[in-house]
Design a protein around this ligand. Structure first.
Ligand SMILES: Cc1cc2nc3c(=O)[nH]c(=O)nc-3n(C[C@H](O)[C@H](O)[C@H](O)COP(=O)(O)O)c2cc1C
Length: 188
């Protein structure tokens, strides 16, 4: 099976982010699903402005190229006030412009997230899927991952302490692999 090069975005810049812990766990599991995960950082991106369309900032150009070069993008996000955090929305807006140069066009994606509450980022992911649809990024529909990250479930360096959670996430990565491979042909 072909190993795919997948970029990932973390929708939190918190130094204690539980979504960062989830991302670290995915990086560790990914080789078993024939995926090579590399972070595409978003925390340093300038706030998107239409002014940038005429002179794209270097950070934005680098970010857009990383998305375009990936075989797919995984987005690991918290839910903030029942939607996606601003830092993630800014990254998606940055990727989408200038008009006609949408970096997500045809790039397959897969989303998941962790929350401290039982809702497990469900509303943030629903909003995110709407954005990805507009960006013409085919996103993995099932299985959905709404993870309530309780104390100790994933260590800071990404060790998953619960076997069934580990199996579930590995299964998700394997399905994501099939999704990325299937949609590779639609990439520009
Ligand atoms: C501004 C803000 C808004 C939040 N809104 C939600 C929410 O709508 N739903 C939810 O489940 N948790 C919410 N939370 C709690 C987050 O689930 C929790 O802070 C989580 O640790 C954030 O993910 P992170 O650690 O990866 O940044 C909110 C937290 C913050 C700081």
């Amino acid at each position: 099976m072909t190993t795919l090069n997948i970029g990932f975005l973390v929708g939190s810049v918190s130094s204690t982010s539980i979504n960062r812990r989830l991302a670290n766990a995915l990086v560790k599991l990914a080789p078993e699903a024939n995926l090579n995960l590399t972070e595409i950082p978003i925390g340093h991106l300038p706030y998107y402005s239409a002014d940038h369309d005429a002179a794209i900032p270097a950070e934005a150009t680098e970010f857009k190229q990383a998305v375009e070069n990936a075989d797919g993008v995984i987005i690991v996000t918290p839910e903030y006030n029942r939607s996606v955090p601003g830092v993630l929305k800014n990254a998606l807006d940055t990727a989408s412009r200038p008009w006609g140069q949408n970096s997500f066009d045809g790039i397959p994606s897969a989303v998941l997230g962790a929350s401290i509450g039982q809702i497990g980022t469900a509303l943030a992911q629903a909003h995110l899927r709407g954005i990805l649809a507009f960006l013409n990024s085919p996103d993995l529909q099932q299985p959905e991952v709404y993870l309530q990250l309780t104390d100790g479930l994933i260590t800071d360096d990404g060790e998953i302490t619960n076997e069934s959670t580990k199996e579930f996430l590995l299964g998700w990565l394997r399905t994501a692999h099939d999704h990325f491979a299937l949609h590779a042909k639609t990439k520009n």
